[in-house]
Design a binder for this molecule. Structure first.
Ligand code: DOR
Ligand code: ZN
Length: 353
């Protein structure tokens, strides 16, 4: 199959940052996706509905030529989040839920939750109001090996939470392990998971063989091949519990190529193209639309998009970098080609980059 037309996909997990970089990164997402779920880990974090509203306005102002792009917002769950915050979120149709970062688990997670039992009353309020919980699922204890932190989080936290709050809608974000796939499958229909393109395409060798490649460093960190295979199987299975969330996470060049480089892979410039590459390699291009355009919308109770996009099999060189305010942003596949090109939506046949 050399040409593929899909219902326009959505990205249910993306980082846009704020200020000048928005001009680059929001455009990449809006060129491809009808909707996005924007993560709230700004500094300071987006914790209240009014902050999310003004952040959303800045995102829209960055892409005046994409008036139909529709970013949904998430709020940052902190130990100070109240039931009133939950109620306010429930009443705003542009807010899909709260993002839970265990404190110290990842980039800009310092404001997150150290003692998860402490937020159980908030989870109860979310369950009652129908507000979703998006979870970064890794424990943070120093004694737990970084490759085992997702599995430990399932056992120590996520399993107890799903048992205690059976009606709470939970998105287990950017899953990376065979154990996470099995856990999500074993849960009821209120628990689903996003899977990134980079975790479908790469294992930990991409990060560590032949030198340390900082642009492949993300959290949860890339895992062994057998885990990547389980993710591909889940994404390509047609199971509506698994859907697209890029976790595209832009950082300035100097923060990535550093003695203590920060976590985040930038993929928004070719996100759906990279997913097409992964599905194609698995012989499952016919399943891409379910994963990218249908399952996530259904999970969040939203209709699928009206438009379509077309992808054609072409070798597209990746730029070495993109402007990022006064700095540069290095794309994940810098120096390589991507095997698909995106053409405009709904019969508009102009190449979009
Ligand atoms: O790699 C990551 N980058 N993982 C996260 O959880 C956060 C993200 C970011 O914000 O840079
Ligand atoms: Zn993320």
């Amino acid at each position: 199959m050399d040409s593929l037309t899909l219902i326009q996909p959505d990205d249910w997990h993306v980082h846009f940052r704020d200020g000048e970089p928005l001009a680059t990164v929001v455009r990449h997402t809006a060129q491809r996706f009808g909707r996005a779920l924007v993560m709230p880990n700004l500094v300071p974090p987006v914790t209240a509905v009014a902050e999310a509203r003004s952040y959303r306005a800045r995102i829209m102002a960055a892409v005046p030529d994409f008036p139909d792009f529709n970013p949904y917002m998430s709020l940052y769950l902190t130990p100070r989040t109240t039931a009133a915050d939950v109620l306010a979120a429930a009443q705003d149709p542009q807010i899909l839920g709260f993002k839970l970062y265990p404190a110290g688990a990842t980039t800009h997670s310092e404001a997150g939750v150290a003692k998860l039992e402490g937020i159980y009353p908030i989870l109860e309020a979310m369950e009652q109001c129908g507000v979703a919980l998006m979870v970064h699922g890794e424990v943070t204890q120093a004694e737990v090996d970084i490759f085992d932190r997702e599995k430990a989080f399932i056992d120590d936290h996520l399993a107890p939470i799903t048992e205690r709050f059976p009606e709470l809608r939970i998105t287990f974000e950017h899953i990376t392990t065979r154990e996470a796939v099995a856990f999500v499958r074993a849960c009821g229909p209120r628990v689903a998971a996003t899977i990134t393109a980079h975790h479908l395409l790469y294992n930990r060798n991409a990060l560590l063989v032949g030198g340390i490649r900082p642009h492949f460093y993300c959290l949860p960190v890339l895992k062994r091949e057998r885990h990547r295979e389980a993710l591909v199987e889940a994404a390509c299975s047609g199971d509506a519990k698994f859907f697209l969330g890029t976790d595209s996470a832009p950082h300035p060049h100097g923060r990535k190529e550093a003695s203590c480089g920060c976590a985040g892979c930038y993929t928004a410039y070719a996100a759906i193209e990279l997913y097409a590459t992964a599905f194609d390699r698995a012989g499952a291009l016919h399943r891409l639309e379910q994963f990218a355009s249908i399952s996530g919308a259904r999970f969040y109770g939203l209709p699928v998009n009206d438009r379509t996009i077309t992808l054609r099999r072409e070798q597209v060189p990746t730029p070495d970098s993109f402007p990022f305010g006064a700095d540069r942003l290095i794309p994940l596949t810098a120096g390589e080609t991507v095997a698909w090109r995106l053409y405009g939506s709904s019969g508009d046949d102009r190449p979009s980059r």
